[in-house]
Design a protein around this ligand. Structure first.
Ligand code: 5GP
Length: 124
C-alpha cells in the first residue's frame, strides 16, 4: 500500500505523537488538532489517521465512510464552545485544498475547519 512504501507525512508524525501538536479530538480513525499557522480565529485540522489518501477526491473514492466521519468530527468541533469561543456553534468553513496549484502543501488528506473572519487574502 502507499502507506507502507511512503515516508510518514507530518500529520502521521502528529498522529504517532512523534511531533507535538495541540490535539483537540481523537476517534479510532480520525485526529483533530490546531493548525500551527492559523489563518482564521478558529483554525483546526481534521485528518484520517491513515495517510493512504492524499486528497479528498481520493478519499471520497476509496473510503467515503471515512470522509463522512471526518465531516462529523468537524461538526463536533464546531459545536464545542471551548473551541469556538463566541463564534456561532455549528457554523464553520470546511476547506479541502486539492492539488499544489490550489495551495495543498501536505499530501495527507485534511480538512481545514475554520470560524471567524479569515485573514485578508487567505483561503487557508
Ligand atoms: P494545506 O496547505 O496542505 O491545505 O494545509 C496544510 C496545513 O497544515 C497548513 O495550514 C499548515 O499551517 C499546517 N501545518 C503544516 N505543518 C504543520 C505542523 O507541523 N503542525 C500543525 N499543527 N500544522 C501544520
Amino acid at each position: 500500500s502507499p502507506e507502507s512504501t511512503s515516508e510518514p507525512t507530518v500529520f502521521t508524525r502528529i498522529v504517532n505523537r512523534e511531533i507535538p501538536a495541540t490535539i483537540v479530538h481523537e476517534t479510532a480513525n480520525v485526529l483533530a488538532f490546531e493548525d500551527i499557522a492559523p489563518k482564521a480565529p478558529v483554525h483546526l485540522l481534521v485528518v484520517p489517521k491513515t495517510q493512504e489518501y492524499t486528497d479528498v477526491v481520493q478519499l471520497a473514492a476509496g473510503d467515503p465512510a471515512l470522509l463522512a466521519e471526518m465531516i462529523d468530527v468537524a461538526n463536533q468541533l464546531a459545536n464545542d464552545p471551548a473551541l469556538m469561543g463566541a463564534y456561532p456553534l455549528g457554523q464553520f468553513r470546511l476547506i479541502f485544498n486539492t492539488g499544489e496549484a490550489a495551495g495543498q502543501t501536505v499530501f495527507h488528506v485534511h480538512a481545514h475547519v475554520m470560524a471567524g473572519k479569515l485573514q485578508e487574502g487567505s483561503l487557508a
